[in-house]
Design a protein around this ligand. Structure first.
Ligand code: ATP
Ligand code: MG
Length: 534
């Protein structure tokens, strides 16, 4: 009988956890004996290498090395080309990382991994969530559920602390590639997300880049031709991250790289580091945090606790600034690198039990493989406590409308709407008399300006022409798995039918962002041939 696990698929580091027979959460070490695994892949050998060995060896072969692909999930035009010409999209690279986690966990536990809950940033859009699901499929992992990282951290916090009274908490998750903030109410057995906000392009990696740019300029000023030495550039990027980590504990650090065989050393002290490289980035997290508070209609006095999650919260300045702005001393009660995977592992046991009972309902139709999921209920650990939770939409959902001088985004379902949800909107009409069809484009995003909005689906829906403008009803539905449906109805007042005439559904255009079924089948063959090296 196998195990079910929780996986935190991070931008820079990933972690995998399970719940032991005694109901205690355990992080599963990788083959190298580490509790977190760099989300990095090196090609070029017989088999791709994933994790710390990929990172270490990348200096000798930077052209075959790829990392930070989580930032490209749901982007169809992102491709990494290995030096032998093989190409990989973000799903494929992520699937190699997931395969390594699965393979090492099976090696450590001596059992198969039968299912996993995988976490994503709360701020991930619909296509990014689908891409994560596809990556798991390519890795041969049965996805039990996809949940938001801050919610997973809150589950871990609630269970480990055995909460019995209601608390309003803020999860401040500052990782390697993304910043997420969620405000949640948590009591003995329920988690209700009130608001969530974030930036999926803001993380510790951005601080590394700042240090890297500065050190590179220093090297150039000292007369080194670093630009032409790609191995030195790769080494500098790794040194920049190391220096940043050291400055969380030391007042000063040195960076040393060999450029065309010659040593270059530069010193960085904490004051300059904070002033030049982190204050601005922390400031951006603080204003996102304020936006989440505004969305929730709350003041910092209303928050009982701020929980820190993510490796970048180890930077002392992050903690100081949060306390300065909110007046609340942030809590380090959960492990910043492990809480998300642990919360996911607790949820995995819960979902597996519900699936075994036939009581699990994610709100989406089960796929064939999900229907086949079987697990021996008696093999699951008994939990003293479990949480049911209600999440919110992380982006507005709307349609494109004629705004007079330009086309604009008109939001129908606001962000932070508790899901599942349905919004019915009767405010739209055709733009000209005798229109024979409407061209409906579905948007994801808050901004009126289409430049900052994603078009996630579109369809031309036929209409019976009339000499006047026809009123339309648009229905937006979002189920508990954050899957969106949009329907249009001819709602002409002249009609006798009070419910109007259905015009059809605008299908979310997955192929625009995600792999098609045919591509997935092809990719499965390719990935399974590759196998992960040690
Ligand atoms: N002591 C430290 N001081 C400063 N930064 C640190 C420290 N330890 C780890 N980090 C940084 O934390 C980041 C990794 O955090 P984490 O593992 O939570 O992120 P992730 O899960 O990979 O990313 P994300 O959640 O954004 O997808 C890296 O940028 C790493 O350099
Ligand atoms: Mg993370």
């Amino acid at each position: 009988m196998g195990k079910v696990v929780g996986i935190d698929l991070g931008t820079t580091f990933s972690a995998i956890a399970y719940i032991d027979e005694k109901g205690q959460p355990q992080i599963i070490e990788n083959k190298q004996g580490n509790r977190i695994t760099p989300s990095a892949v090196l090609f070029g050998g017989k088999k791709p290498v994933v994790g710390e060995r990929a990172k270490e060896k990348s200096i000798a072969d930077p052209g075959n090395y790829e990392s930070f692909v989580k930032r490209h999930m749901g982007e169809r035009n992102y491709i990494f080309t290995a030096r032998n010409g093989d190409t990989f999209n973000a799903e494929k690279i992520s699937s190699l990382i997931l395969s390594k986690l699965k393979q090492d966990a099976e090696y450590r536990l001596g059992e198969s991994i039968d299912g996993a809950v995988i976490t994503v940033p709360a701020y991930f859009s619909d296509p990014q969530r689908n891409a994560t699901r596809d990556a798991a499929r390519l890795a041969g992992i049965e996805v039990l559920d996809i949940i938001n990282e801050p919610t997973a951290a809150a589950i871990a916090f609630g269970i480990i602390k055995n909460l019995t009274t209601k608390q309003r908490i803020m999860v401040y998750d500052f990782g390697g590639g993304t910043f997420d903030v969620s405000i949640l109410d948590i009591d003995e057995d329920n988690i209700t997300v009130i608001a969530t906000n974030g930036n999926h392009k803001l993380g510790g990696y951005d601080i590394d880049r700042e240090i890297f740019k500065w050190a590179k300029e220093e090297a150039e000023e000292a007369g080194f031709d670093i630009e032409s030495d790609i191995k030195a550039l790769q080494s500098l990027m790794i040194q920049a991250e190391k220096a940043k980590k050291e400055l969380s504990f030391e007042d000063e650090t040195t960076i040393t790289v060999y450029i065309r065989g010659e040593e270059f050393t530069v010193t960085l002290d904490r004051e300059v580091f904070e002033e030049e490289f982190v204050n601005d980035i922390i400031g951006r997290t603080l204003s996102t945090m304020q936006n989440a508070m505004d969305d929730a209609g709350l003041k910092y006095d209303d928050i009982d606790k701020i929980i820190l999650v993510g490796g970048s919260t180890r930077i002392p300045k992050v903690r100081e600034e949060i306390e300065r702005v909110t007046g609340i001393k942030p809590s380090a009660e959960v492990h910043p690198d492990e809480a998300v995977a642990i919360g996911a592992a607790f949820h995995a046991v819960d979902v597996a039990r519900q699936k075994a009972d036939g009581s699990f309902n994610s709100g989406v139709q089960a796929t064939d493989s999900e229907k086949d999921f079987t697990i021996d209920k008696d093999s699951l650990p008994v939990l003293d406590k479990s949480y049911s939770f209600r999440d919110v939409t992380s982006h507005g959902i709307g349609i494109v409308v004629d705004g007079g001088d330009r086309f604009i985004n008109s939001v129908i379902m606001d962000k932070n709407t508790p899901i599942p949800a349905q919004i019915i909107c009767d405010e739209y009409q055709t733009s000209a008399p005798n229109q024979e069809a409407i061209f409906l484009q579905v948007t994801q995003g808050e901004d009126e300006d289409l430049q900052y909005t994603m078009i996630i689906g579109e369809a031309e829906l036929k209409l019976r022409p009339r000499e006047y403008l026809v009123q339309l009803r648009i229905i937006v539905t979002c189920d508990s798995d954050a899957i969106i449906h949009v329907h249009a109805i001819d709602f002409d007042k002249g009609f006798d039918k009070s419910n109007g005439v259905p015009l059809g559904e605008v299908k979310i255009n997955r192929e625009r962002f995600n792999m098609t079924e045919e591509e997935l089948i092809e990719a499965e063959k390719h990935i399974h041939r590759l196998n992960i090296g040690d």
